[in-house]
Design a protein. Structure first.
Length: 228
């Protein structure tokens, strides 16, 4: 989404991400089966991913280099506030309304954001031609999905040593090796492998992994444990 925005205009793709997110939220609220909810949540996730990337890249276009750190800090602070307030608001919606309002609450804010960005965001943001690494994106997403399914279903739906669990791990390893092969040959790789030669990048990535592991694990499972 970020590279498509670089090539064809960030404002258009950012607003498209808002529309996708709002539509996904509405469909999630209308869903009647778990399968429908999963599919519509995937749609919502596509829009959410575009919003996260688009917001960061737009900062580089409309904010001077001297001010970018401050605005990035504001984005980070808002994320921290949202992780605390979001579950609280969701709990209130479920308690006093229905679970569907967890998704419906996004609609007015999304529509407002669409009009605001249309009015104040410059339409002629910088465009840069890129060679998009579609195969790298596909293999990286596939590897991550396979390992997530293994960690989610292993020991619960399937035993850790079952054929299905082992197949997921093997397929994930194969997808990872294929991703490394693709990135080695890609003109503009999703993750340039030369970054792993930098000690600063490795240290920052390791710290980010540990922090994300703890934070998202707590955000996901603490509400469940408190509910039960």
């Amino acid at each position: 989404m970020g590279k498509l925005g670089d090539q064809f205009g960030r404002k258009f793709f950012f607003q498209a991400a808002i529309v996708i997110f709002v539509v996904g939220s509405a469909l999630s609220g209308f869903s009647h089966t778990m399968t429908e909810l999963i599919i519509f949540r995937a749609v919502q996730g596509l829009g959410g991913g575009g919003l996260m990337v688009g917001a960061q890249t737009i900062i580089g276009d409309v904010v001077s280099p001297r001010e970018r750190g401050r605005y990035s800090g504001l984005f980070g602070a808002m994320f921290g506030v949202a992780t605390v307030i979001g579950p609280l608001i969701g709990g209130l919606c479920v308690t006093y309304l229905t679970w569907r309002w967890v998704f419906y609450i996004n609609l007015p804010f999304g529509i407002l954001a669409l009009f605001v960005t249309g009015a104040v965001l410059p339409g002629s943001l910088r465009r840069v031609h890129h060679a998009i690494d579609y195969l790298g994106t596909l293999t990286l997403s596939g590897a991550a999905t396979l390992f997530i399914l293994f960690a989610s279903l292993g020991g619960i739906s399937w035993s850790w040593g079952s054929d299905k669990s082992v197949a997921l791990v093997v397929a994930g390893v194969v997808a990872t090796l294929l991703f490394l092969f693709v990135e080695h040959r890609a003109k503009e790789p999703v993750i340039p492998l030369k970054l792993f030669r930098e000690r600063v990048f490795n240290a920052a990535s390791s710290i980010g992994f540990v922090m994300g592991f703890a934070m998202f694990g707590a955000l996901t499972f603490l509400p469940i444990s408190c509910r039960t």
